[in-house]
Design a protein around this ligand. Structure first.
Ligand code: CAA
Length: 261
């Protein structure tokens, strides 16, 4: 499928790269871009051979510098809500993809950009990455999930500080507070993303899919309900060919060959 504001491309063996592609506006998110993000997530989800998605921004300067301010300036309350609902749908579609999504942050990830990165399963940052939720400077609150996903990632106190001051944090601090998993030199960002995606792609696909789903679904449930889902999934995976293969391979001291069945 062709997109105007994104590039979605398979780069190798089930690994897709999604690039937000509006570099002149530092990849700021418009309503059209959000609709395309949702469609792109659906496209990846529909590919049974998909194993991982890398999400990044075009150009040298930004991952995504936020929601597009020129499009928000005259929004009515209804427009504003529709805009946020579109983001919620698109970001949730990425978060609930059957395969992991890894954000590769190559510069500014502000406002909606930080929120997009947070909708990915984890974040790898280039050493020039800068994160922040500057909405308080604009007279709005984060509307693309930031007030919910940032505290879940870095804890309530740190999230509140960042949300209420709008302070921007560089890659090293982002890693220290648990927002970012790895920081790498800018020219090694894609290689690091690919290395992690390949590691995951080599694992049992159904096990990866269920594990991701359990973490995301479980966060909205009480512990007993979430653990009950985990138990159920474990039972289901006991019926899979990959479980037999994984365990036999261990006992026979050979590498496992998984087929996602
Ligand atoms: N929306 C629209 N356009 C944006 C943008 C945004 N969020 N961020 C950058 N741009 C545009 C600039 O207007 C500029 O366009 P022109 O060349 O046509 O003037 C171009 O991108 C380059 O930006 P700058 O000239 O400003 O570049 P800089 O290096 O001087 O500064 C920056 C970079 C610090 C990221 C600065 O652009 C900036 O502060 N951007 C806005 C960041 C922001 O406030 N984001 C949050 C938006 S609100 C949000 O996202 C809410 C939500 O949850 C829904």
């Amino acid at each position: 499928m062709a997109y105007e504001n994104l590039i979605l491309e398979p780069i190798e063996h089930g690994i897709y790269r999604l690039t937000v592609n509006r570099p002149k506006a530092l990849n700021a998110l418009t309503p059209e871009t959000l609709a395309e993000l949702e469609a792109a997530a659906a496209q990846v989800a529909a590919d049974p051979a998909a194993r991982a998605l890398l999400v990044t921004g075009a150009g040298d300067k930004a991952f995504v510098a936020g929601a597009d301010i020129s499009r928000m300036v005259d929004m009515t309350p209804e427009d504003g809500q529709r805009f946020c609902e579109a983001a919620l749908k698109a970001f949730r579609a990425i978060e609930l993809l059957p395969v992991p999504a890894i954000a590769l942050v190559n510069g500014y990830a502000l406002g909606g950009g930080c929120e997009l990165a947070l909708a990915c399963d984890f974040i790898v940052a280039a050493d020039n990455a800068i994160f922040g939720q500057p909405e308080v400077n604009l007279g709005i609150n984060p509307g693309f999930g930031g007030t919910q996903r940032l505290p879940r990632r870095v804890g309530t106190g740190m999230a509140l500080e960042l949300l209420l001051t709008g302070r921007q944090v560089r890659a090293e601090e982002a890693q220290r507070i648990g927002l970012v998993n790895h920081v790498v030199p800018r020219d090694q960002l894609m290689a690091k993303g690919l290395e992690l995606a390949r590691q995951i792609a080599a694992k049992a696909p159904l096990a990866v899919r269920y594990t991701k789903r359990l973490v995301h679904r479980g966060q909205n449930l009480d512990l007993d309900s979430a653990c009950a889902l985990e138990t159920q999934a474990f039972g289901l995976l006991c019926a899979s060919e990959d479980k037999r293969e994984g365990m036999r391979a261990f006992l026979e001291k050979r590498p496992a060959v998984f087929h996602g069945r």
